[in-house]
Design a protein around this ligand. Structure first.
Ligand code: UD1
Length: 419
C-alpha cells in the first residue's frame, strides 16, 4: 500500500492547473449508457474512480478508450448488472441505475454498503425512478429494477436535494415518455454539467442549476463531443494549500464562478484571492484569522471542502466552529489532525477548532478522499515529516497530486511500504 511522505513548512509558489471534475465526469460517463452512438469526452481526469467507471462501462458491454484526458465510449451489446466488487469500491456506481432503466428497461445494481462518511442511503434515487414507473426489489444484496413498458414522465419532489438522486432521475427522464418535473433537486454545478452534456446529446432539459428541473422525454440520445468542467474541489484544495503554507499559487483552469462560498470564506480568513492571467492568484500575506463554516447544499459551503478548511483553521489565529450538515460521521480527519498537534473538540455534528498552534509532522492515515486531502495539507503546513498512509483514498479524486504539488515546490513523494 502506498503512502505520501511530506516534509512540511515550505511555502508553495508557482502555477498549478486544475483537472477535470471527478463528480461531473462520473455521471457524464455513466450517461453514455443512455446514448445511442459514440461519445467523445475531453478533460477527463486521471483518477481511480474514473478507472472504476470505465471498468463498469466495459462490464456493461460498452467499448471504451481512454488516454491523455480523452475518452471515447461506443455502443456494444449491453449488460444490465453492476457487480458488488465494483460498487463496493465506488458508491457512485449506483449512477448507472437511471440510464440502464431508461435504455434497457431493467437493471441489477449492487446495493452500496455503508461507507466511512455515514450511511448514505439511496432511497431517494429509487423513489424518483418509481415515480417514473420503475419497480424495484432487493435480491441477494442487489437492487433489481424493471420498467417493462418503459419509463413515463412524472411530477415529484425530492425529500432532500440529493446530488446522486437528481443525476439518476435526470438521466432516466431524458428517455421517458412525456414530461418530467422534478422539484427540490440539487443545484450543484456538476448537475448543470450533466444536463448540458445530455442536451448536447439531444435531450430537452431546462432549469438545471435551479431547484426545479423540467425534462421533455425524447426517443433517442445521440453521440457527441463534450469537455468535462474543471474540478472546483481540487481547485479549492489548492487555494487552501497556498494559504496554509504562506505561499502564492496561480491556480489555473479554476471554475471560480462556482466557488463563491469557498473563495468568500478564504478571503474572510485573510487570504488574498484575485482573478488573474486565466486563473486565481492566491496568497496569505498576513497571519490567517479563524472563521466559522457550516456545510450546505450548493450554493452553500461544500461538505467536500470541510476537512481542508479545518486544516486552515488549525493554522489560523483564534477559534472557529465547523458545522457539518450534509453527512454524519464526517470528522474522521479530526483524530489524525489532533495527532499532529491540532486542538479540535467534536460535539455531535460540530467541531470547535482552536487555532494558532504549529502543526507537527506525524504518521497519519487517510480514512476517505477529502480527509486524505486534509492530511496532505496539514503535512505541507507542519514542521517535520508527515507520512500519510492509505493514499488510495486520495487517488480516487486527485489527479497526479504528488506531481502537481512537487512542481510548485512541495517536498512530497510517494513511497511503497517496501521503500
Ligand atoms: C455527491 C458527491 C459527494 C458530495 C455530496 C454532497 C458525487 C460522486 N459525490 O455525493 O462528493 O460530498 O454529493 O455534495 O458526486 N441521501 C438520502 N437518501 C438518498 C440520497 C441521499 O438520505 O437517496 C442523503 C445522504 O445520506 C446525505 C445527503 O442526502 O446525507 C446528501 O447526499 P447526496 O447529495 O446524495 O450525495 P452523493 O450524491 O452521495
Amino acid at each position: 500500500m502506498d503512502s505520501f511522505l511530506i516534509r512540511g513548512g515550505i511555502p508553495l509558489k508557482g502555477e498549478i492547473t486544475v483537472s477535470g471534475s471527478k463528480n461531473a465526469a462520473l455521471p457524464i460517463l455513466m450517461a453514455s449508457i443512455a446514448v445511442d452512438g459514440e461519445v467523445h469526452y475531453g478533460n477527463v481526469p486521471d483518477l481511480r474512480d474514473i478507472r472504476t467507471t470505465i471498468r463498469l462501462l466495459n462490464i456493461l458491454g460498452r467499448q471504451t478508450t481512454w488516454k491523455d484526458g480523452h475518452a471515447c465510449v461506443c455502443n456494444g451489446e449491453m449488460g444490465i448488472e453492476a457487480p458488488y466488487d465494483l460498487v463496493k469500491t465506488m458508491r457512485a456506481s449506483v449512477l448507472c441505475l437511471g440510464p440502464l432503466l431508461a435504455r434497457k428497461r431493467e437493471a441489477r445494481v449492487s446495493l452500496p454498503g455503508g461507507c466511512a462518511i455515514g450511511a448514505r442511503p439511496v432511497d431517494q434515487h429509487l423513489l424518483a425512478l418509481e415515480e417514473m414507473g420503475a419497480h424495484f426489489d432487493l435480491q441477494n444484496g442487489y437492487i433489481h429494477g424493471v420498467c417493462p413498458d418503459g419509463l413515463k414522465g412524472a411530477h415529484f419532489s425530492f425529500a432532500m436535494p440529493t446530488v446522486g438522486g437528481t443525476e439518476n432521475a435526470l438521466m432516466a427522464a431524458c428517455l421517458a415518455q412525456g414530461e418530467t418535473v422534478m422539484e427540490n433537486v440539487a443545484r450543484e454545478p456538476e448537475i448543470v454539467d450533466l444536463a448540458n452534456f445530455l442536451n448536447r446529446c439531444g435531450a430537452h432539459i431546462e432549469g438545471q442549476g435551479s431547484s426545479v428541473i423540467t425534462v421533455r422525454g425524447v426517443e433517442r440520445l445521440y453521440g457527441c463531443s463534450y469537455d468535462i468542467m474543471p474540478d472546483r474541489i481540487e481547485a479549492g484544495t489548492f487555494l487552501v494549500a497556498a494559504g496554509v503554507t504562506g505561499g502564492e499559487l496561480l491556480v489555473k483552469n479554476c471554475p471560480s464562478g462556482d466557488m463563491a462560498a469557498v473563495i468568500g470564506k478564504l478571503r474572510e480568513a485573510g487570504m488574498v484571492i484575485e482573478e488573474q492571467q486565466g486563473g486565481l492568484l492566491a496568497s496569505a500575506p498576513s497571519p490567517l484569522k479563524s472563521v466559522d463554516i457550516s456545510t450546505q447544499p450548493h450554493p452553500g459551503f461544500p461538505t467536500d471542502m470541510q476537512a481542508q478548511l479545518m486544516v486552515l483553521l488549525c493554522c489560523a489565529e483564534g477559534s472557529g466552529m465547523v458545522k457539518e450538515n450534509i453527512f454524519e460521521n464526517r470528522f474522521m480527519h479530526v483524530q489524525e489532525l489532533v495527532r499532529m498537534g491540532a486542538d479540535i473538540q467534536v460535539n455531535g455534528s460540530s467541531a470547535l477548532v482552536r487555532g494558532g498552534r504549529k502543526l507537527e509532522g506525524a504518521p497519519v492515515m487517510a480514512s476517505d478522499l477529502r480527509a486524505g486531502a486534509a492530511l496532505v495539507l496539514a503535512g505541507l503546513a507542519a514542521e517535520g515529516e508527515t507520512k500519510v498512509q492509505r493514499v488510495y483514498h486520495i487517488d480516487r479524486g486527485y489527479d497526479h497530486l504528488v506531481d502537481k504539488l512537487s512542481a510548485v515546490g512541495a517536498d512530497i513523494r510517494r513511497v511503497n511500504e517496501q521503500d
